[in-house]
Design a protein around this ligand. Structure first.
Ligand code: GTP
Ligand code: MG
Length: 198
């Protein structure tokens, strides 16, 4: 799929105020600083579309971007940012929770994981909750330019083995680098296939 048009539509904290046109949406979630906003920019080929930062906690709102006038990409705030403090973390958790609970247009959630890290408790718990709530998702390992191919394979295999301890089947898995523009076609094709079935 080619992205011919990508435009920012609206930011807010209330899922009830997100676009109500029923177009399918694909959201990006994961820990603060994992690379959600950078990935959205890479996928759309528009550098400053989603705001990024080297310090965690940049995205604080639910951001809708309309793609090719047909579907939305959604940039969500990251979870688990320690320096936000307990009440700040709680607030973000509520926004994310409300979005996941209420958003009927949510077609697929992409859960982003830093490819350099061992499986983290916070991510595993989040993924398990998706299963309990029946939210369709895929996994994206980010920042693959930061490690060797062999280390990446080792980490991804390790992660899959960990997931298979609680999951019967693995979700789709993608590997990306916003820096080296890797993984773009695979993710856009995946979205296109789902859109065609709707
Ligand atoms: P929050 O909005 O704070 O939750 O963060 P985020 O997940 O949106 O992360 P963001 O896209 O702002 O990126 C965080 C940092 O990681 C920035 O300094 C990015 O330049 C860097 N980064 C993101 N993706 C990649 C990547 O694929 N490779 C490398 N080397 N750096 C990346
Ligand atoms: Mg962000």
């Amino acid at each position: 799929m080619n992205i011919k048009k990508a435009e920012f539509v609206v930011s807010n904290t209330d899922p009830g105020k997100c676009p109500g046109d029923g177009r399918p949406e694909y959201a990006f979630i994961g820990r603060s600083n994992v690379g959600k906003s950078s990935l959205i920019n890479m996928l759309t080929g528009r550098k400053g579309l989603a705001l990024t930062s080297s310090t965690p906690g940049k995205t604080q709102l639910i951001n809708h971007f309309l793609i090719n006038d047909e579907w939305y990409l959604v940039d969500l705030p990251g979870y688990g940012y320690a320096r936000r403090g307990k009440s700040g973390r709680e607030k973000i958790r509520e926004i994310i929770g409300a979005y996941l609970d209420e958003r009927e247009a949510l077609t697929n959630l992409f859960v982003l994981l830093d490819c350099r890290l061992e499986p983290q408790k916070i991510d595993l718990e989040f993924i398990d909750q998706l299963g309990e709530n029946g939210i369709p998702f895929a996994i994206i390992f980010t920042k693959i330019d930061k490690i060797s191919q062999s280390k990446l394979k080792e980490n991804v295999d390790n992660y899959k083995a960990r997931l298979l301890e609680t999951w019967e089947e693995l979700p789709p898995v993608f590997c990306t680098s916003a820096e080296h523009k890797k993984g773009k076609d695979e993710i856009l094709d995946y979205i296109e296939k789902i859109n065609k079935k709707l």
